[in-house]
Every structure is written in C-alpha cells, then in structure tokens.
Design a protein around this ligand. Structure first.
Ligand code: PGA
Length: 259
C-alpha cells in the first residue's frame, strides 16, 4: 500500500508574510482533521527566497508538512550565478525538490540532459525527488502521450541510483491541463499513470515500481480531487493554483487520505 502524497507548488507567488501565513494555515487545517504523516505525505514548495522563513514556521508549529524547493542546480557549489544547490536546500531545511516541471522544460527551456543531472543530484543528496513529466497538447492530439512520458522518464532516470523508492515521486502533469482549468479525465490520467508504472518496472524493477508514488497534476481542485485520487495508480497530486488557498489545499489533501 503506497502512502498518498500531495504537494503544493506555489510557483512565483506570494510574499514572505503571505507564504508564512499560508504554511501555518495549511498546517493548522491538517491538524484540525487529524491528518498525520502516517496517513499522508504533504509538501509545500515555496519560492527559494521564502524557504527559510517557511521552514522556520513549519518547525515551530511541529507541522506534518514537508518543505520542498521548486528546482535545484546539479552541482553542489561553484560559479553558477543565480543558482541554488542541493546542499543549500538541505541547509535551509528542504527535504524535497521538484525536477523537470513543465514550466522549466517548456517556458525556461531546460533540456532533458539537464533534467537528468538534476534528478541524479537530488537523489544523491537525499532529497525527495519529484520528477515531473507530461505531454503537450499537440503530443496528446497525436496520440503520443505514453511515448512522451516514457521518453522523459527513461531519460531522467538513466543511470540514476534509486536506493529508496520512497524518495522518488513522479508527477504526471499533462501540460495542457496546467493552470488552464482543463483536467485529464480520471480514466485518461489512470491510463497514463499505469504506463508510467510499467516503465518504472522496466527501469527500476517491479518491487521498486510498486512503491514509487505517482502524483497527478493539472487543475486539481477540491471538486475533482477525490475521483482522480481514487484511481488505482494515482497516489496523490501536485497542486498549483489551488494550493495558494489553504482551505482548498487542505480539502484536496483530505481527498487523498485513504478511508
Ligand atoms: P495547476 O498547476 O494546479 O495550477 O494546474 C499544477 C502544477 O503546475 O504543478
């Protein structure tokens, strides 16, 4: 049985005060519903500059929330202006990191070779690596969803040492569903997730693949979360817009708690 996992990707939003308040409200909301880490993993991914403040809030609150970053540089240190390394993230209390989010792939233009290096660096550093994959609208229309996901997965995981399958999470996020209000149907998402798990079985072995959590992301809201999360291979979600409102994010987390 895989413990579900939900992440709030705050992207380039909020202020320091707003980020701290949101983290506190989400922590309170989860505690009010007795959601503890034994039943659900929940992470928040603030912008780099707010990691320290949010991390301090979470440890003061003894919150069940895990702190995560939205990106990392593959090298541990060096002359890489503007970049942030895995040891720096660990130093400010981050325990997870997003890698290969579609906005980094398609808006910033990160190549798959760089995403592979970031995946390796995150896993080697002991950060939970939330590796994001997903197809563009024309790729879906061309019927190549599984092919695209498979290529992105195999590329990122090539040569990676996944010692603990709990530390690798795949976020399947169809690019056309991110921030658009359009969601994949639960059935379409399940099909993509099942294919991702088959690829993981081939790359990591069946036992490890059965333990890796696969999140769905793309316009998840309180109203559609339950049905998505009830699919057998959907183990939670990566939430953008709806994670900026504590009430909505907590409702989505509750929808992922097994009953
Ligand atoms: P969204 O974003 O929930 O706003 O669609 C999801 C994501 O980009 O992780």
């Amino acid at each position: 049985m895989r413990r579900p996992i939900v992440g709030g990707n705050w992207k380039m939003h909020l202020t320091r005060i707003g980020a701290v308040r949101l983290a506190r409200e989400v922590g309170e909301g989860l505690r009010a519903h007795d959601v503890d880490a034994a039943r659900l993993d929940v992470g928040v991914f603030p912008p780099f500059v707010y990691l320290d403040s949010v991390g301090t809030t979470l440890s003061d609150d003894r919150s069940p929330l895990e702190l995560g970053a939205q990106d990392l540089h593959p090298e541990p240190e060096g002359a890489f202006t503007g970049e942030v390394s895995a040891p720096m993230l660990l130093d400010v209390g981050a325990r997870a990191v997003l890698v290969g989010h579609s906005e980094r792939r398609h808006v910033i233009g990160e190549p798959e070779s760089l995403i592979r290096r970031k995946t390796h660096a995150a896993l080697a550093a002991g950060l939970r690596c939330v590796l994001c994959v997903g197809e563009l609208l024309d790729e879906r229309d061309a019927g190549t969803t599984n092919e695209v996901n498979e290529r992105q997965l195999r590329s990122a995981l090539e040569g990676a040492a996944v010692r603990d399958p709990d530390m690798l999470v795949i976020a399947y996020e169809p690019v056309w569903a991110i921030g658009t209000g359009r969601t994949a149907t639960p059935q379409d998402a399940q099909q993509a997730h099942a294919h991702i798990r088959r690829v993981l079985a081939d790359v990591l072995g069946t036992d490890a693949a059965a333990r890796v959590r696969i999140q769905y992301g793309g316009s998840v809201k309180p109203a559609n979360a339950k049905e998505l999360f009830s699919q057998p291979d959907i183990d939670g979600g990566l939430i953008g817009g709806a994670s900026l409102k504590a009430e909505d994010f907590v409702a989505i987390c509750l929808a992922a708690v097994p009953r």
